[in-house]
Design a protein around this ligand. Structure first.
Ligand code: C2E
Ligand code: CA
Ligand code: CA
Length: 572
């Protein structure tokens, strides 16, 4: 191959190669002479070999030039074949031949070639300037169509790109309104990890194969698109959820991924054309259904329903109105008594937040705490709640309420605040409240997030006189060593332990927890005690304190102050 002329390089950046199919030595020589300056020219005597090459180097071949005699040899099968093949169709085919004026047959051949899909017919004798200019303009045309294709198709998966996919969905639904469809989205779990572990090439390969086998080969597939990095979507004919589930499970197990343990999760949205949902909206809904099942083990397909949407809207509303809630004092603190049943008196309380939302209504923290933990707002809210508790304690003190220590809940995210211990101490000090009147609850599972940091913060708080309670004990994974090295005063046994207790059973967790607390010299609070039997059981096992509906539900501040006063006068 000789060096190519610089000024010509610009227009054959994408496709460099010209294939010539001919047995005619003169044609070959002439074409080579004309084209060799600009292109890489390969000559094939047989069209079968040329086709083979074409299939393998589709992205490089600019044009195929074929001798008329060769095209005619098997009744134009080459042209027909190329035109019927989805991929080969885009490669222009030019026929070269002689026209003998006296022969009607030859004119017929020229027309027939063009009719069947050849893009041009170049007459012999070949005039170099004409040949080179015609070939160049054909290639330019091909390049601009290919450019369009590049924007339309994702180069890796061959599926549509995002915008084209959405556009095609819209068009297709309008063109074929009588069928029923699903918008289906698939997400490769942990593609990031695959990239990191095996390299980006493998990650790409996983995606490509997913597009090829997992999506395109699915029965009912109409067309698909790559929407985000690891998310592929498709329009498919509707089937019911269990059928769809069978199809995808079978598909995914058969898909020949280059690495093992690729897990794929799917979401579907049943398209109802009467609803005026945009394709983007359909995709979002299918994705929502997917996200819902993302963390569910052994579940691979989620279907969108309206409850999911309500859920989403609620979440958006919660997150969107959080700042305003702080400003407008919509967060309220309720107090749930802790009962010392040996001394039969209230020995403390836990401060629990509620949200009096103007539109949603009175909200339980389970609805918003985890959302606030995700977006970090929890820290603002917690400081607000702690301050409310301090204010209330101070107020009660001045009103002569027989106050008890109140515990504050510290979220795992709060530990990201620099000098959290110092800030809590400063807050409590600013209300001149003795540290012993404030207990700090830290959920067991938080300790494993960042053990060093949490242990250090907890130690500081403990050293300055705050009582530390490990919350939700039994739901985390504390080792004995970890437990004994932490500065704890109290184990709060999670409600689930009490709820699932079966006295007399082997390896009883409630009994074990009580023994553990004794070994470590910690007091216990049994949470969620609702019945007399549960209370007696805790008592039998030597528990210290109980917090649960059996004694009282969480109460608004005023009611709790009254509760304390009433208990106090009962005991006199
Ligand atoms: P938690 O810290 O484990 O609080 C105990 C939960 O158990 C409270 O739920 C309480 O109302 C409930 N409970 C108490 N006794 C019983 C009973 O006998 N039966 C039943 N079924 N439930 C009982 P609540 O108030 O809904 O709070 C839920 C969770 O929200 C809390 O669990 C805590 O993790 C979190 N939370 C509450 N307030 C705050 C706060 O101010 N800050 C932070 N970071 N989290 C909070
Ligand atoms: Ca708690
Ligand atoms: Ca708890």
């Amino acid at each position: 191959m000789r060096g190519k002329r610089g000024d010509d390089m610009q227009f054959h950046r994408m496709f460099r190669e010209v294939l010539i199919v001919s047995e005619n030595e003169q044609t070959i020589r002439e074409l080579q002479k004309i084209l060799d300056e600009v292109f890489t020219v390969s000559v094939y005597l047989k069209k079968e070999d040329a086709l083979e090459k074409l299939r393998h180097k589709l992205g490089e071949v600019a044009i195929v030039i074929c001798e008329l005699a060769e095209v005619e040899r098997d009744d134009y099968r080459l042209i027909r074949g190329m035109n019927e093949d989805d991929k080969l169709r885009d490669v222009p085919l030019v026929v070269v031949g002689e026209r003998r004026e006296e022969s009607f047959l030859d004119i017929h051949a020229e027309i027939k070639c063009l009719e069947l899909g050849a893009v041009d017919f170049i007459l012999k004798p070949l005039v170099p300037d004409i040949v080179i200019n015609r070939i160049k303009s054909l290639i330019r045309l091909r390049e601009s169509t290919a450019m369009l294709n590049i924007l339309e198709r994702d180069s890796l998966t061959g599926l549509y790109t995002k915008e084209f996919f959405f556009k095609r969905v819209e068009e297709y639904l309008a063109e074929h309104p009588d069928e029923k469809y699903l918008l289906w989205v698939s997400d490769i779990q942990g593609l990031k990890v695959i990239n990191e572990k095996y390299g980006f090439d493998k990650g790409d390969e996983v995606l490509r194969i997913m597009g090829e086998y997992g999506v395109k080969h699915t029965p009912g597939f109409i067309f698909g698109g790559r929407i985000e990095g690891d998310k592929l979507a498709a329009l498919v004919y509707a089937r019911d959820k269990s059928e769809m589930n069978d199809v995808i499970v079978e598909n995914d197990t058969k898909t020949p991924f280059p690495v093992s343990n690729v897990s794929i999760k799917h979401g579907i949205y049943r398209i109802d054309t009467k609803l005026n949902v945009t394709p983007r909206g359909m995709y979002d809904r299918a994705l929502l259904a997917l996200q819902k099942i993302k963390s569910q083990y052994g579940v691979f397909l989620g279907e969108y329903n309206d409850a999911l949407r309500q859920d989403l809207l609620l979440k958006q509303m919660i997150l969107g109105s959080a700042d305003e809630a702080l400003e407008k004092h919509q967060f309220k603190v309720y107090y749930q008594p802790k009962h010392d049943f040996h001394a039969d008196k209230t020995c403390g309380a836990e401060g629990l937040v509620r949200w009096d939302h103007p539109d949603i209504g009175f909200m339980n923290p389970l609805l918003f705490i985890s959302l606030f933990e995700q977006n970090g707002f929890i820290t603002k809210m917690d400081f607000y709640v702690w301050e409310e508790i301090c204010k209330t304690l101070k107020k009660w003190e001045s009103e002569g309420v027989p106050i008890v220590p109140v515990s504050i809940n510290v979220s795992r995210r709060d530990f990201e605040v620099p000098d959290l211990a110092g800030r809590i101490t400063a807050l409590v000090d600013s209300y001149e409240i003795p540290h012993s009147m404030v207990h700090v609850e830290v959920t067991e599972s938080a300790y494993s997030d960042d053990p060093a940091r949490i242990t250090e913060t907890v130690k500081k708080l403990h050293d300055s006189g705050f009582v530390i309670e490990m919350d939700d004990f039994g739901t985390g994974y504390s080792s004995l060593i970890a437990l004994s090295s932490m500065d704890l005063d109290v184990l709060k046994l999670d409600r689930s332990i009490i709820e699932n207790d079966h006295p007399g059973s082997e390896k009883n967790i409630l009994e074990f927890s009580m023994q553990l607390a004794k070994m470590l010299n910690l007091k216990t609070v049994a949470e969620g005690v609702e019945t007399k039997e549960q209370m007696e059981r805790i008592s039998d096992l030597g528990g210290d304190y109980i917090q649960g509906y059996y004694y009282s539900k969480p109460l608004p501040a005023d009611e709790f102050a009254k509760y304390l006063r009433d208990k106090n006068s009962e005991n006199k």
